[in-house]
Write a protein that binds this ligand. Structure first.
Ligand code: ZN
Ligand code: ZN
Ligand code: ZN
Length: 483
């Protein structure tokens, strides 16, 4: 049997698809397969990594002497692979999962401790809060009755019509993935601009809510604002859910700490119930005015549907983990952030393969983006998120760690691993802070070929297995015994 036939037999046993064979055989023979699979694993099995070519040099911080050099072009990957970082599972399931996993950790750590927060935060008052957008007109919805059966969308006995002659009712029982869901019954009656402006101000409304919550705590407890500020600090993490109608809803975990230190609780008079009441009161009170020259005035506020549920302290029935999963799922939900990437020009909008009402929202944001009075909202930059500029998930500074801190942990771990295996490509020489790394890299290609794609799939499977084991360990650690 020739060498090539030997490889072919190995690959056939491994279930490698045909189109990946030739590349793997070539690398297998030249000895580069191990390096390629290592690089693919290092980017977490990303399906379309960015390939950078060039050199990375490390210099000693004290003497300026060159202490390490790595040239990317020499390896079989033809460059240094960097994960694409997409949050859209349809684009890169691997990177989307990483986003979701990181968000899960950061949300959970703020409730139970870890990632820099003490376990004591678990006894602080904590509230699960949902803030919705108001109505901008009647839209098609899917409703289920108490019996679980789907109800008619907008049933009306009198079959009314709007001023445009469009039916103001809908007798359909919409399917779960009906593209009509979220579309207005009449496009002429709908407040498209109001919705885009609301999205664009959701972050500012949240900031006002945050300040107002402190005032409400004072009002409800009969204390001055200054006394509350000295004794209590409210920390939170929030996630934006993009609804089918294109309006952002905010889901948050809110936690009260002492005024001086996030790891000690607030005074005993501040109960979880009082925190929940203050959060609701603040959400009902805050408002913003948007005066658009030539278009009119909008008063922006949260919708009627505001919910705040205290999270019982110490009652470990898995609720904290369920809440973390609930919030994390919005980070990678297909519609989480609207469309995948920013709109490049007005000509792209009619060609978008999306529901007509989504296209109308993108178009509205694009048009409003030309108004000088709204320049600071950068609506064209954010037209693909229907005006929403905020991050999909964010935290106040002391809620738990940051995504950047998690990323730094991961890099440090990889360097440790690299040092152990003698792989000097990414590992800095010496201790962090003692060397300066100067990359001189340019983008050479995006994506993997068939062979790299197959290796990425292997890396994902291996990681999913490892993660399942890890998840079981967490279940044990956070189980009733640990509470
Ligand atoms: Zn990716
Ligand atoms: Zn309908
Ligand atoms: Zn109408």
């Amino acid at each position: 049997m020739s060498e090539e036939e030997g490889w072919a037999a190995v690959l056939a046993r491994a279930g490698v698809p045909w189109d990946a064979w030739s590349g793997l055989v070539v690398w297998g023979r030249s000895g580069g397969l191990a390096e390629l699979s290592e690089q693919v694993a290092a980017v977490g099995g990303c399906t379309r990594p960015v390939r950078l070519a060039g050199t990375v040099r490390s210099f000693s911080a004290s003497t300026g002497e060159l202490v390490g050099e790595y040239e990317t072009g020499k390896g079989p990957a033809g460059g240094l692979l960097v994960a694409c970082g997409s949050r859209h599972a349809g684009v890169c399931p691997s990177c989307a999962r990483r986003w979701r996993g990181d968000t899960w950790w950061l949300v959970l750590a703020g409730m139970v401790g870890g990632k820099g927060r003490a376990a004591a935060v678990r006894s602080h008052p904590r509230v699960f809060l949902t803030l919705t957008a108001p109505s901008f007109g009647v839209v098609h919805t899917r409703r289920t009755g108490v019996d679980g059966r789907v109800r008619p969308c907008r049933a009306r006995r009198d079959w009314p019509v709007c001023v445009h002659g469009e039916p103001a009712w809908c007798g359909l029982r919409h399917g779960e993935h009906d593209p009509e869901l979220g579309a207005p019954l009449c496009a002429g009656c709908y407040d498209w601009a109001g919705l885009v402006l609301w999205n664009a101000h959701a972050g500012a409304l949240w900031n006002r809510w945050s300040v107002q919550t402190g005032r409400e705590i004072g009002r409800l407890s009969g204390r001055t604002a200054a006394a509350v500020r000295a004794a209590v600090k409210v920390e939170s993490t929030r996630v934006a859910e993009m609804q089918a109608r294109g309006a952002v809803h905010l889901h948050a975990i809110v936690r009260a700490d002492s005024g001086r230190d996030p790891d000690t609780g607030p005074p005993a008079w501040l109960s979880p119930e009082l925190l929940a009441e203050a959060a609701i009161g603040a959400a009902r009170r805050v408002r913003l005015e948007a005066d658009v020259p030539g278009l009119g005035e909008w008063v922006l506020r949260f919708g009627e549907q505001i919910e705040a549920h205290p999270i019982p302290p110490g009652a470990d029935d898995g609720q904290e983990r369920r809440l973390a999963s609930y919030l994390a799922k919005y980070v990678t939900k297909e519609t989480a952030a609207g469309l995948e990437r920013p709109i490049g020009g007005a000509g792209e909008i009619p060609l978008l393969g999306v529901a007509p009402h989504v296209r109308a929202l993108v178009g509205t944001a694009w048009r409003l983006g030309s108004l000088p009075g709204l320049a600071e909202l950068k609506l064209r930059r954010w037209a693909h998120q229907y005006g929403y500029r905020g991050p999909v998930a964010t935290r106040s500074r002391r809620y738990s760690a940051s995504l950047a801190a998690l990323h730094a942990d991961r890099v440090a771990y990889r360097r440790q691993q690299a040092a152990r295996t003698g792989d000097d490509r990414l590992a800095p020489v010496g201790m962090p802070g003692q060397t300066v790394t100067v990359p001189a890299l340019r983008l050479s290609r995006i994506g993997l070929d068939a062979a790299g794609g197959w290796l990425a799939e292997q890396a994902r499977t291996a990681r999913d297995d490892a993660r399942r084991v890890g998840r079981e360990e967490i279940e044990r650690d956070l189980g009733p015994d640990a509470a």
